[in-house]
Design a binder for this molecule. Structure first.
Ligand code: ADP
Ligand code: MG
Ligand code: MG
Length: 251
């Protein structure tokens, strides 16, 4: 599924190297978590995978189902089934949430050679999915994320994910700024999308998210590399002892 090999990334306009040889393989249906100190390159990894401007890959590869991701436009990556839920979801004034989602869903269906959903079909699907995520009809009509609370924005990201039915989902600190109830809702939304085939890369600072979204593998990232991988117990170790022990062990 997702295969990252010796990935090196620097900022386009500066010499600063951010990723210094990331290796990662996420199999079908697996959930991998990435934890790590601030500034270690976790967000950069998710941006580079989704095709954001401003970064330059200087070495290494990233493929999804054997296809080179790094050579594709962000739209092509999305059509292949890659989805990134943002740490800071953007507000889009003037564009209704429902219109935005219908355009995104139909653009993706078109790119995959599938028929577009009619207004009626789309409405049926979105209403059902919004209900599970406790998103009310009013939020669907408002401009995308404008005036949404932190929790509402994150729930809206998960709604987008549910509507696009990606095969590889990357969640970058989707839990940051969420209270316990909102975190539970978001986790339930993610868990509802687990189906044995769809894979997840969950970037988080907190072990408690991983109580709800049970990972198969936990990775620790520091200074642009994955320095340790293990089972869910690794997240508990971080929660109790912080990163110092692991950093010292690797050094
Ligand atoms: P994390 O998500 O693990 O906190 P980031 O990927 O956000 O880490 O950042 C990794 C490092 O790269 C940090 O030192 C950060 O300041 C730097 N960085 C990332 N993007 C930029 C950018 N566009 N301009 C300047 N520095 C950046
Ligand atoms: Mg950060
Ligand atoms: Mg980050």
């Amino acid at each position: 599924m997702l295969k990252i090999n010796n990935l090196h990334v620097k900022l386009e306009d500066e010499e600063k190297q951010i990723l210094k040889g990331v290796d990662l393989e996420v199999g079908p249906g697996q959930v991998h978590a990435i934890m790590g100190p601030n500034g270690s390159g976790k967000s950069t990894l998710s941006y580079v995978l989704s095709g954001r401007d401003g970064y330059e890959v200087t070495e290494g590869t990233a493929t999804l189902d054997g296809i080179d991701l790094l050579g594709l436009d962000p739209e092509e990556r999305a059509a292949m089934g890659l989805f990134l839920a943002f740490q800071y979801p953007v507000e889009i004034p003037g564009v209704g949430n429902m219109t935005f989602l219908r355009t995104a869903v139909n653009a993706q269906r078109k790119a995959r050679g599938e028929e577009e959903l009619s207004a009626g079909e789309f409405l049926k699907v979105i209403r059902a999915k919004a209900k599970t995520l406790k998103i009310d009809a009013d939020m669907l009509k408002r401009p995308v994320n404008v005036g949404f609370s932190g929790g509402e924005k994150k729930r809206n990201e998960i709604l987008q994910m549910a509507m696009l039915e990606p095969k590889m989902c990357i969640l970058d600190e989707t839990d940051s700024g969420l209270d316990v109830d909102a975190m539970k809702l978001v986790s339930e939304g993610v868990n509802a999308l687990r189906d044995g085939k769809r894979s997840f890369l969950v970037i988080t600072h907190y072990q408690r998210l991983l109580d709800h979204i049970k990972p198969d593998v936990v990775h620790i990232m520091a200074d642009g590399r994955i320095i340790k991988s293990g089972g869910p117990e690794l997240a508990l170790e971080v929660e109790h002892n912080g990163y110092a022990d692991i950093l010292a062990e690797v050094a």
